[in-house]
Write a protein that binds this ligand. Structure first.
Ligand code: HAM
Length: 424
């Protein structure tokens, strides 16, 4: 029998890595609470029709699709947004707006595996449904900023654009929606020449090329230049004003590093307004991204409902935390192993371990029945702080021995003082 490996693009997450994931998810949950987002769990499997409706070719071509035993065409979710939009048009249809929903879990895309790109990966996802106000876009950026901050990531920068500006220009020049999507796909991949080849009008090509050349952290200057470029394009002008309003709100409410890139596009097709991604300087891959999608919910048969949201790539955040040597330890402080010297004191030793756990101390029990020397050696190797040694003689005197594994000292203490001694 050969030994089995994980399927290509799928990973086991062990120890340190698993810890960074838990750390990131619990921080995302904290941010959800801070911003008043309610947690929802949706299925990993959804109908193919739902998942492929508005996601765009990029995602459609990478889905894990299969037929279930009942003959239904289904797929593993490649993201959360479609599922949440489905919820908002069905079970949550009559809930007061805005709906603010938070999810976390695995999603699946048949991407080419490499560092930071997997076929099963984790996202924390926030959707804010029902508001077309720039405050809503602002909230999504602010909560992403808050997540990066609470994770203690350093020097992260937001890249910000607005699909309404690009679509506004293309629409006015008569480019149909399908061609617009094809152009945006290429712009997302930075294949600008190929993108511009799909545009017939010389003026439109020139305007787009000028947008492509525009980027920088002096966002006010960039907005002024965009305004000049789109002066003849009504929809693009409105989109630029909207972007300006969002930027003013964001920058007046928090400290944030951002660059504005008006030709920035994202792989998903449903965006209609603001789009953004967040990066750290050490990595070229986005740690998260999102934007406004005002037409997705009506495409799913709901009432026309504006919405904005984002997802954070937990696998990539874990790489970022490791790259920046962040402290993501989830430990409860000092770690203890309780070792009974003989079988006769096993029950008492178990009770002592339990007593420590009740008081919030991480207390392991010697589970291999090893002799003292071997048990201590093992505890030492695994970096535990203390061994609590339970012996018959000490028990009679209502004491135990605490061995400090770091200092290699030991003291006998009354059982009643065990917790205090370990805590201090
Ligand atoms: P997305 O940009 O496709 O957006 O994915 C969000 C994040 O997931 C990315 O920024 C990245 O960190 C991570 N990610 C994407 N692909 C992979 C991969 N193959 N391996 C590891 N991590 C990956 C969305 O999914 C939208 N649903 C976000 C959104 C919500 N927009 C509005 N609402």
């Amino acid at each position: 029998m050969p030994t089995f490996q994980t399927v290509r693009g799928m990973r086991d997450l062990l120890d340190k890595e698993a810890q960074t994931f838990t750390y990131t998810m619990s921080n995302a949950q904290k941010v959800a609470l801070l911003f008043g987002f309610k947690k929802v769990f949706t299925p990993h499997v959804e109908s193919l029709e739902l998942l492929s409706a508005k996601s765009g070719d990029e995602i459609r071509q990478r889905m894990f699709i299969f037929e279930d035993l009942g003959g239904r065409k289904v797929a593993l979710r490649p993201e959360f947004t479609a599922s949440i939009a489905r919820l908002s048009t069905s079970t949550l249809k009559n809930e007061p707006k805005p709906l603010k929903l938070f999810s976390v879990g695995t999603v699946y895309r048949y991407d080419e595996p490499q560092r930071g790109r997997y076929r099963e990966f984790w996202q924390s996802n926030f959707e804010l449904i029902g508001s077309n106000k720039p405050e809503a876009d602002t909230e999504i950026i602010l909560l992403t900023n808050q997540l990066m901050q609470t994770l203690q990531l350093q020097d992260y920068v937001f890249k910000i654009g607005h699909i309404g500006i690009i679509r506004g220009i293309l629409s006015q020049d008569g480019v149909d929606e399908k061609t617009q999507n094809a152009i945006l796909q290429r712009m997302d991949k930075k294949e600008y020449e190929l993108a511009l080849k799909l545009v017939d009008s010389e003026k439109c090509r020139h305007t787009l090329q000028s947008l492509i050349d525009l980027k920088g952290d002096n966002w006010r200057g960039i907005i002024d230049q965009i305004k000049v470029l789109v002066a003849d394009y009504e929809q693009a002008k409105v989109a630029t004003e909207n972007l300006l309003e969002i930027l003013l709100l964001v920058t007046s409410s928090t400290e944030i590093s951002l660059t504005v890139e008006p030709a920035f596009a994202r792989g998903l097709e449903y965006y209609t307004g603001l789009i953004f991604e967040v990066y750290i300087p050490q990595l070229e891959i986005a740690l998260g991204g999102g934007g406004r999608y005002d037409r997705l919910i009506e495409a799913f048969g709901g009432e026309a409902t504006p919405a904005v949201g984002c997802a954070h790539g937990i696998d990539r955040i874990a790489i970022a935390l490791q790259t920046q040597n962040a402290n993501y330890s989830m430990s409860l402080g000092r770690k203890v192993v309780v070792i009974p010297i003989t079988d006769s004191v096993k029950v008492d030793a178990l009770k002592i371990a339990q007593l420590l756990r009740v008081q919030g101390v991480s207390a392991e029990f010697e589970l291999m029945g090893r002799k003292m020397g071997k048990a201590l050696e093992d505890a030492d190797k695994r970096g535990l702080d203390y061994a609590v040694i339970v012996g018959e003689r000490e028990l009679k005197e209502e004491t135990v021995v605490i061995k400090d594994l770091k200092k290699r000292e030991q003291v006998t203490v009354p059982l009643s003082e065990l917790f205090e001694k370990i805590k201090n």
